[in-house]
Write a protein that binds this ligand. Structure first.
Ligand SMILES: [Zn+2]
Length: 378
């Protein structure tokens, strides 16, 4: 199924509207001969849910009146306005101990557009099995189990949000955040508020605080590995399409982030996370162009090997232009990778057609032979 997802994703047009993109995927999955009917239905349902969420978060769907509060809501079947009221009523039941952080989380909760994307303050005691995983430039990363788990569903009758139950999370401890400065606050704000929009960055559930160092920790969705580790383990076996797929997914997210006048500023393979189950790549908050070299070339700015397609070489060289204004942006890289993929696919189709024609001739000659023999026997 992941190959079918890659194939469709490599041809979708980033500039078409969300409904057109959804129709494109549905058609691509219906046509894909490698999928069973059950797989096709599953993938169509999955992509429909994804696009519905995007439409809700971007206010592109038609609002409907909520049966309970009678206000116009976008989220279906939940009502994001009822969910906001529920969260607002709980403002007095939690505190991070810092007024600015409290205000930030309250702002996120009050702005939610997709009711399943709630940012919250989580007491550290709500985590168990906290284990050190690795160290990054910003601080240490831990794995943990969130005992109650994220908010999962809105119970309309009881008027409350219910939780998912225990699940794994990543805790990213932010160095020197015990005394909040402006830079840290702005970064946390971008990370948390972007998740209100959702879908482009690594999912963040909220904040907690390390009881020993008093540093704040981001509570994140657990991904399997980062791009650096993925390339280290798979670079020699990755097909060109798989590389194109990764580049396109990341360019799409970057394009969406840039559309909102936010620049990542620190994008590298250690900040890009992979979830194998969904064949999904997400950016961990914080120029996008160096990435192209890392994925296409499997490492950092080496000489360009001969087996890299000419179009891709040209793109890499454009990204290396000394003047930043001459370098292509994320959306151009996205389009160009799609064009290179389609060009390659057309060439492969021509070769397959030639091979079929050639063997077709041989087979038709073979079919004629037995008749000749039978004639001889008779
Ligand atoms: Zn409502």
């Amino acid at each position: 199924m992941s190959i079918a997802k890659e194939k469709a994703y490599l041809s979708v047009d980033i500039n078409s509207d969300l409904s057109q993109q959804l129709e494109f995927y549905k058609k691509a999955y219906k046509k894909d001969k490698s999928l069973t009917i059950t797989e096709k239905n599953y993938m169509i349902d999955d992509v429909r849910k994804y696009y519905n969420k995007l439409k809700v978060s971007q206010r592109l769907s038609e609002p409907r009146e909520c049966d309970y509060c009678k206000r116009l809501r976008y989220d279906v079947p939940k009502c994001e306005l009822c969910v906001r009221d529920y969260l607002k009523n709980n403002f007095g039941k939690w505190t991070s101990g810092n007024t600015e952080i409290d205000k930030l989380i309250q702002y996120c909760q009050f702005e939610i557009s997709v009711s399943s994307y709630v940012i919250e303050w989580i007491e550290y005691e709500k985590f168990k099995n906290v284990q050190y995983k690795t160290k990054g430039g910003f601080g240490k990363i831990f794995t943990a189990t969130w005992i109650d788990g994220r908010y999962a569903a809105w119970n309309a009758k009881k008027r409350l949000l219910t939780r998912f139950g225990p699940h794994d999370v990543i805790l990213k401890r932010l160095n020197d955040s015990a005394n909040i400065n402006d830079d840290w606050y702005q970064e946390a704000k971008t990370h948390l508020t972007f998740d209100v929009i959702g879908n482009y960055l690594v999912r963040c559930y909220g904040l907690t605080r390390d009881p020993e160092t008093f540093d704040y920790m981001l509570v994140l969705f657990p991904y399997d590995c980062d791009l650096r580790q993925y390339l280290f383990e798979n670079s020699s076996s990755l097909s060109l399409n798989q590389k194109y797929y990764i580049i396109r997914r990341l360019c799409y997210s970057l394009h969406e982030i840039h559309k909102r006048d936010v620049v990542h500023k620190d994008l590298h393979s250690g900040n890009i996370l992979f979830r194998k189950r969904y064949n999904e790549w997400k950016i961990k908050k914080k120029d996008d162009r160096d990435l192209l070299f890392e994925i296409a070339l499997g490492g950092l700015r080496p000489e360009i090997p001969e087996n890299i397609p000419f179009g891709c070489v040209k793109l890499i060289q454009q990204c290396w232009d000394a003047k930043p204004e001459n370098r292509p942006d994320a959306s151009i890289i996205f389009q160009e990778i799609g064009r290179l993929h389609n060009q390659r696919r057309s060439k492969i189709k021509i070769i397959i057609a030639k091979v079929k024609k050639f063997y077709g001739k041989i087979l038709s000659k073979k079919k004629q032979k037995p008749r000749c023999r039978r004639k001889r026997v008779e």
